[in-house]
Write a protein that binds this ligand. Structure first.
Ligand code: 2F8
Ligand code: CA
Length: 125
C-alpha cells in the first residue's frame, strides 16, 4: 500500500486538510495537482470525519454552472445534504461555492459563499 504522508485514510479514500487559505478554484487546483480533488461528502460518516477542519473550509460543491443546481466536482448530484438552516441563499446573488462550517462556528453544516473568498480546503483521493 502506498504511503500518503499527511493524508488521513478513511474507508477507501484519503483526505488532506490544508494549512493556509485559497479561493475555491485555487484550492481545487491544489488538490488536482496531487491527483485528488476537493472532498465529496456522501455520508454522515464523511461529514463527521471533517469535523477537525478549520472554521471555513471549501468542499467540492458548487452551483456555478447552473444557479440552484448544486453539483459535486465529479458531476454527481447531492445525496446527503448538511446545509445550515437558511442556506444555500445565494446572498447578493454571488454565492456559488460551498464551505464546511465547523462544529464551533455552525454545528457541522454547509454554507454557500462567494467562490473568490479565501478559505481552507480538504482534498479527497
Ligand atoms: O446570514 C447568513 C449569511 O452570512 C454571511 O453573510 C453575511 C455569509 N457570507 C459569508 O460567510 C462570506 C452568507 O453566505 C450567509 O448566507
Ligand atoms: Ca450563503
Amino acid at each position: 500500500e502506498r504511503c500518503f504522508k499527511g493524508w488521513k485514510k478513511f474507508g477507501s479514500s484519503y483526505y488532506y486538510f490544508s494549512n493556509g487559505r485559497k479561493n475555491w478554484a485555487e484550492s481545487r487546483q491544489y488538490c488536482r495537482e496531487m491527483g485528488a480533488d476537493l472532498v465529496i461528502i456522501n455520508s454522515r460518516e464523511e461529514q463527521e470525519l471533517i469535523k477537525e477542519a478549520n472554521i471555513y473550509t471549501w468542499i467540492g460543491l458548487s452551483d456555478a454552472q447552473t444557479e440552484g443546481n448544486w453539483k459535486w466536482v465529479d458531476g454527481s448530484r447531492l445525496t446527503t445534504v448538511y446545509w445550515r438552516k437558511g442556506e444555500p441563499n445565494d446572498a447578493h446573488k454571488d454565492e456559488d461555492c460551498a464551505v464546511y462550517l465547523n462544529e464551533v462556528v455552525s454545528l457541522n453544516t454547509w454554507n454557500d459563499i462567494p467562490c473568490s473568498y479565501e478559505a481552507g480546503w480538504i482534498c479527497e483521493l
